[in-house]
Design a protein around this ligand. Structure first.
Ligand SMILES: [Zn+2]
Length: 168
């Protein structure tokens, strides 16, 4: 296993629409393992393949550091079938260093996808797990929390980023 480099905004790969996975082979399973290791090393509670420069529909989520009793979830070609309710929380993103914003998401989602073994899975999630799944599935569409944030916090971050990059 290997820790991969996490792509940061404004890397264009973060804006690409991720492609559905056709063949689930050894290389894909290795990618999933590397993504999990990269997420744990960061540390973070979720990671989507475009964040490591691979525009494929693959996500990993593990919220066990925040809420006990949840295993690592790896999903291929995930899609949200149902979304209910509303919840507000603070979100950050490994591709957007030093940016957090309060966002509103569905409180409960039903997600369908394939396991790393290629088995169809349906997953009902609430609370933090539902939020993390929605965040990672957003990445597969090229959507970042920056796009969902208010105009004010978006402009503030872009200005700050400019300062940071010109300083270093
Ligand atoms: Zn993210």
């Amino acid at each position: 296993m290997a820790v991969l480099q996490i792509r940061k905004y404004p890397d264009p790969v973060l804006r690409q629409k991720a492609q559905p996975v056709g063949d689930i082979d050894e290389a894909l399973r290795r990618l999933i393992q590397d993504m999990a290791e990269t997420m744990y090393a960061a540390p973070g509670i979720g990671l989507a393949a475009p964040q490591v420069g691979v525009p494929k529909q693959v996500i990993v989520v593990d919220i066990s550091t925040q809420e006990q009793g949840h295993p690592l979830i790896a999903l291929i070609n995930p899609e949200i079938l149902e979304a209910h309710g509303e919840v507000e929380s603070q979100e950050g993103c490994l591709s957007l260093p030093e940016f957090t914003t309060t966002l509103r998401r569905a409180q409960q989602v039903l997600v369908r996808g394939l396991s790393p073994e290629g088995k169809p899975l349906e997953l009902e999630a609430t609370g933090l797990l539902a939020i993390a799944l929605q965040h990672e599935i957003d990445h597969l569409q090229g959507t970042l929390i920056l796009d969902r944030a208010s105009l004010l916090s978006r402009e503030f971050y872009k200005k700050r980023l400019k300062k940071l990059t010109s300083a270093g």
